[in-house]
Design a protein around this ligand. Structure first.
Ligand code: ATP
Ligand code: MG
Length: 329
């Protein structure tokens, strides 16, 4: 556990969220009217304060003191049942944390709180002023071209240029004028990533972003996400059911069990990660055990799905990701 009782002060520019001390105005829900943005990519602070597309790498190596995200004693009840029963979590600027947990354990609930989309939690959370969320469903507006989807809510020529750059960065250069309905699932999710990154988020929240993609596309998306995060250095919270995905991408992996973080572990495997690394297998086994799944069950579940990565259909069996044979390191 990384539950800390003493922590450095929050980074400058951070937004304090506390609930019911979490007043809606502090992390207001998106600037764009809800009907127009079915599930807003950005809480309002993300587009406040000057050019929304400046300084993607503002925190890069900058050593801003204190964590980017600081969560203390966060609780959330639904109908008298505590789904989150006192969460403590720090995420450093530029740090990538993956959050695992069985279906219904409260992962998305925590993510929504950090996104400023749930004002009914209690406790305290400090998040960067700029945040962006990517969900499993890319949530592109079908009646708006790809570039305008990326721009959503941002104005000005500079923003337009930056949106085009973001699209190129995710490999969608040339698709600016395409309609979302003409994109593949992977392309649509790339556009959703571009929409998030163009907002220069200090915190990038990802809720099973690759869960609906096929195994090969997911492998490419892993590589893309790794590159984007290296370049832009947001703090990241990735919710996933895929243990291998968590180990491949994250600096730390946490497990949510019975409303608390029952495990919070650094992935000490260096940059280039391979499933063949004994450290990978050891951590994988430990995480699966924490999730109440044995290696055998995990292999069986992956096999039953033709060896595909978990995270989509096997929601109650968080298991292995794509086959090594597919080429992912
Ligand atoms: N608005 C709500 N009203 C009532 N119950 C809710 C609400 N939102 C979430 N819950 C309940 O809280 C629990 C946690 O939900 P949450 O979506 O956070 O789980 P999760 O860990 O993300 O699950 P999954 O992995 O299946 O996405 C579930 O039992 C869910 O039914
Ligand atoms: Mg969820």
């Amino acid at each position: 556990m990384t539950t800390r009782t003493t922590s450095p002060p929050p980074a400058p520019g951070a937004t304090q969220v506390s609930a019911p001390a979490v007043p809606a105005p502090v992390v207001p829900v998106p600037a764009v009217p809800a009907p127009a943005v079915p599930a807003p990519a950005v809480p309002a602070p993300a587009v406040e304060g000057g050019p929304a597309v400046a300084g993607w790498a503002a925190r890069q190596g900058g050593g801003a003191p204190g964590p980017a995200v600081r969560v203390r004693e966060v609780r959330r009840e639904f109908a008298g049942r505590a789904v989150l029963a006192g969460i403590d979590l720090d995420i450093a600027p530029g740090e990538f944390v993956a959050l695992l947990g069985r279906s219904g354990s409260g992962k998305s609930t925590l993510l929504r709180i950090l996104a400023g989309l749930d004002a009914d939690a209690t406790g305290k959370a400090t998040v960067p002023a700029r945040g962006a969320v990517v969900f499993q469903d890319p949530r592109l507006l079908p009646w708006t071209r790809v570039l305008d989807n990326v721009l959503l809510g941002l104005k000005g020529r500079q923003a337009r240029a930056q949106a085009a750059v973001a699209l190129a960065e995710v490999g969608l250069g040339g698709k600016e004028r395409a309609w979302p309905g003409t994109l593949s699932g992977g392309e649509a999710q790339r556009a959703a990533l571009a929409r998030a990154l163009v907002r220069s988020p200090g915190l990038l929240l990802l809720d099973e972003p690759f869960g609906a993609l096929d195994a090969l596309t997911r492998i490419r998306m892993h590589s893309l996400l790794r590159d984007l995060c290296r370049r832009h250095q947001p703090a990241v919270l990735l919710v996933t059911h895929d243990v291998d995905e968590a180990i491949l991408l994250a600096d730390r992996v946490a497990v949510l069990t019975d409303g608390r973080l029952s495990l919070d572990e650094r992935v000490g495997l260096g940059g280039a990660r391979h499933r063949s690394d004994p450290g990978f297998a050891t951590l994988r086994t430990r995480l699966l055990a924490e999730l109440g799944v044995t290696d055998d069950e995990a292999s069986g579940a992956a096999g039953a799905r033709g060896g595909e990565a978990s995270g989509t259909t096997g929601r109650d069996a968080p298991v292995a990701a794509a086959k090594d044979a597919a080429g992912e390191p």
